[in-house]
Design a protein around this ligand. Structure first.
Ligand code: 13P
Length: 250
């Protein structure tokens, strides 16, 4: 049995005061969660969020990680810095990074290799655009992204990586994939993992859905057999909404 994981992706939202308020409101609401609960906060909130969640069941993640240990990489943040600040998880290859910041399967792979080497729990994002879905390319795109991300990573490490299937057309649009669409594509992604690593890893790896997942649709999505959790954007910015999503993951 795979333990579900609900992760909030705050994206570029919440200053320190807002972080403090949200985390304080969230902790009591999710303290009895049956799933893993993570908040992936802006870099500047990591240390504060780590301090506020200390001793609780809520873990803290970052939204990116550099592939190099240190050096001349303006604007990047290293594994050691993230670890020192208190991040345990890290989102890698989010579609917003791919679309706006030139992230490629190759750079996603390099970041994933570094995250694993440095002991992080990575959440790797894959997913197709609307054009790609309408062009019948959903499976090809997801396969290319998964194969690219996991290049050179062995089975022992791969099974602990979380994959987030986030159809780009469902992100921030209010258009959720139907329960069946999400389940079907996640099932397909699991079959790609099986091709790469065999059945044991495919059965163990957790694959989340992301894209306008919220308090209203979480229960339906979570009832699907292939869906092991969610990566939540907008709905993670409100404690009440996020806690309802968390409660749907049993
Ligand atoms: P929304 O939940 O706002 O659609 O964002 C999803 C997402 O991109 C999480 O990483």
């Amino acid at each position: 049995m795979r333990k579900p994981i609900i992760a909030g992706n705050w994206k570029m939202n919440k200053n320190a005061a807002e972080c403090r308020e949200l985390v304080k409101e969230l902790l009591p609401k999710v303290k009895d969660a049956k799933c893993d609960v993570v908040i992936c906060v802006p870099f500047t909130d990591i240390a504060l969020a780590a301090e506020l969640t200390k001793g609780s069941n809520v873990k803290v993640g970052a939204q990116n990680i550099a592939w190099a240990d240190s050096g001349a990489f303006t604007g990047e943040i290293s594994a050691a810095m993230l670890k020192e600040a208190g991040a345990e998880y890290v989102i890698i290859g989010h579609s917003e990074r791919r679309a706006y910041f030139g992230e490629t399967d190759k750079s996603v792979n390099a970041r994933l290799v570094q995250a694993i080497k440095c002991g992080f729990k990575p959440i790797v994002c894959v997913g197709e655009t609307l054009d790609e879905r309408e062009g019948g390319k959903t499976e090809t795109v997801c396969k290319t992204q998964v194969v690219g991300a996991f290049d050179g990573i062995d089975a022992g490490a791969a099974k602990d990586v979380v994959i987030a299937y986030e159809p780009v057309w469902a992100i921030g649009t209010g258009k959720t994939a139907t329960d069946e669409q999400a389940n079907e594509t996640i099932g397909y992604i699991r079959s790609v993992v099986e091709e790469l690593y065999g059945k044991t890893v495919a059965d163990a790896i957790r694959i989340q859905y992301g894209g306008s997942m919220n308090a209203k649709n979480a229960a339906g999505l979570m009832a699907q057999p292939e869906i092991d959790g969610g990566l939540i954007g907008g709905a993670s910015l409100k404690a009440e909404d996020f806690s309802i999503v968390v409660a749907a993951a049993k």
